[in-house]
Design a protein around this ligand. Structure first.
Ligand code: MG
Length: 385
């Protein structure tokens, strides 16, 4: 029997959300959209709600509730604010919640969805970076599936299937990194990088925050921590290799020396579709890889002496406690400041390192302690800006 998943999308108007709706158009027999939430873009959200005939919509910006209400068909239930996000995440009848809200706003709805017994498709890596230990513990307790939508983690998830999971069989998880737009730049040229240059990612089309994170390699750093929690391996077994073509989405090296990799065309619709149809595969709209045309796939060592993000993330993932949350929060503030033209490009990593250095680590933190560390890191980072 074909399983048609009833899906709620949190972050529907963003880059991942719109790709998810593309998937819903391609495989309607597998995916029914039952709830949509967005941050501020009321008209776009209302248009999506009309197209997919969803019963529930949510706008995170409370002040836009009436505007949204006026735009959606009669009978559509309108939710708003942080409480509205929780209502959508726990919507009766939904069985899969895609969390693709930028930043840490997705944490509370993700936990609520898990506790309500929904499977989670995770696109917001901040959730696992900030509170990976708690989120994974809750997911195990609730018996729900954690389906990674980040292309690297989706690749590792596929490589581990049928291979005994990530336990003693796994020597290393190898995350591939495109290297971003400045892969070959000399350090002295990076001090004058403009916002436009940093936003121009060579292989992926993404939102501004993740594009800057790809340029600094903080995106890969966050993904190292994300992998550590998602697959329950210590940081020493998480590695990064630069692969400029973004065709190999990540790899798993097993203890016998064998390496499995997942390859496909570079399109976020693929990991989203797999999260929806898992554990089955269905025909999709991805063009097949033409290896002869590709000709070659390159791999190189990441330049950690230029891109400090990887070492900072490794340190945070090794020491754990509140430190990953602090790294993530400081980076969010620094990226915003860079996008606003308030700090130069290379200052982003320096600033994150300084905030981490000033932080008094709390081991095995509660959710409240994590949120407090997040808030404190934001204040310290803003002061440094
Ligand atoms: Mg990724």
């Amino acid at each position: 029997m074909v399983r048609r998943r009833k899906v709620v999308i949190l972050g529907a108007t963003g880059s991942i959300g719109t790709s998810a709706l593309k998937v819903a158009r391609q495989i309607p027999e597998r995916m029914e959209v039952v709830g949509l939430a967005a941050g501020r873009r009321v008209e776009e959200l209302a248009g999506q709600a009309r197209e997919f005939g969803v019963g529930h919509v949510c706008i995170a910006d409370e002040s836009k509730r009436a505007e949204l209400q006026a735009l959606v068909p009669a009978g559509t239930t309108v939710h708003a604010g942080a409480a509205g996000l929780i209502e959508l995440a726990t919507l009766e009848g939904a069985d899969l919640v895609l969390v693709s809200i930028v930043g840490t706003e997705g944490l509370a709805p993700a936990l609520a969805a898990i506790q309500a017994g929904k499977d989670l498709a995770v696109a917001s890596k901040e959730i696992l970076v900030m509170a990976g230990e708690i989120v994974m513990r809750e997911a195990r307790k609730a018996g729900v599936a954690m389906l990674p939508v980040d292309s690297e983690h989706n690749a590792i998830f596929q490589c581990l299937e049928g291979n005994g999971g990530s336990g003693k069989n796994v020597a290393r998880l190898i995350l591939t990194a495109s290297g971003g737009p400045f892969r070959t730049w000399e350090e002295k040229d990076l001090s004058a990088v403009t916002v436009e240059q940093a936003l121009a990612h060579p292989t992926w089309v993404m939102g501004p925050k993740i594009s800057i994170d790809s340029a600094t390699l903080f995106n890969k750093g966050l993904e190292m921590i994300e992998a550590r929690w998602l697959f329950d391996v210590e940081m020493g077994r998480v590695d990064v290799v630069v692969h400029p073509q973004s065709i190999v989405h990540s790899m798993v090296e097993f203890v016998d020396g064998s390496v499995l990799a997942q390859l496909s065309t570079t399109d976020m619709c693929f990991p989203i579709q797999y999260a929806v149809t898992w554990p089955e595969r269905v025909a999709g709209a991805l063009p097949p890889l033409d290896f002869a045309k590709l000709g070659r796939l390159d791999f190189e060592e990441p330049r950690t002496e230029v891109f400090a993000a990887l070492n900072l993330a490794r340190e945070a993932g090794e020491r754990c406690g509140t430190l990953p949350a602090v790294l993530n929060a400081a980076n969010e503030v620094a990226v915003e400041a860079f996008l606003a033209g308030r700090i130069p490009f290379l200052r982003i990593a320096d600033l994150v390192g300084e905030v981490m250095g000033r932080h008094g680590l709390v081991e095995s933190p509660s959710l409240e302690e994590l949120l407090a560390a997040d808030g404190e890191a934001r204040r310290v980072a803003a002061g440094l800006v």
